[in-house]
Design a protein around this ligand. Structure first.
Ligand code: CO
Length: 164
């Protein structure tokens, strides 16, 4: 396994639409293993293949219940509710913005061997599903925000969360 370099906003790669994964081979497995290690090192919640320079539809999402989930050719099949919260991205380092996302999201994806499965996420996992899948279409969360949060705004959000 190896830690890969994370591409940051401004690189044209991040605005490209990624192609479907069609071969579930060793090369894909190495990519996924490297993405796991890269995510762990960066202490992020999710990572999409284009963020390490690979224009293929593969993402990983760290989930409290399921560990790291690997989603190949993922699609959102249903969504419900709404949540607003701070969102960040390893490709937009050190910044946060308030983004409204569905509260619950159901996805369909393939595993590293090509088998289709469905998964549901809520809260942060639902947010992460949406964020990572957007990366595959060359989109970043910053398109949803009107400004980056200041430290004060971020602190105020978390203080409010704690009171609830
Ligand atoms: Co991101």
């Amino acid at each position: 396994m190896a830690i890969r370099k994370i591409v940051v906003q401004g690189e044209p790669l991040l605005t490209k639409k990624c192609r479907q994964v069609t071969e579930f081979n060793q090369r894909l497995h190495v990519l996924l293993d490297d993405m796991r290690e890269t995510l762990e090192e960066a202490q992020g919640a999710g990572l999409a293949a284009p963020q390490v320079g690979i224009l293929r539809r593969a993402v990983i999402v760290a989930d409290d219940d399921n560990g790291v989930m690997e989603l190949i050719n993922p699609e959102i099949i249903s969504q419900e509710g709404e949540q607003a919260g701070p969102e960040g991205c390893l490709s937009v380092p050190g910044k946060w913005g308030m983004v409204t996302r569905p509260e619950r999201v159901k996805i369909r994806a393939q595993d590293r061997f090509g088998s289709w499965f469905e998964a549901e996420g809520e809260g942060l996992t639902a947010r992460c599903f949406c964020h990572e899948i957007e990366h595959l279409d060359g989109r970043l969360y910053v398109e949803h925000i009107d400004h980056f949060l200041t430290e004060e705004e971020l602190e105020a959000f978390y203080a409010e969360q704690e009171e609830e």
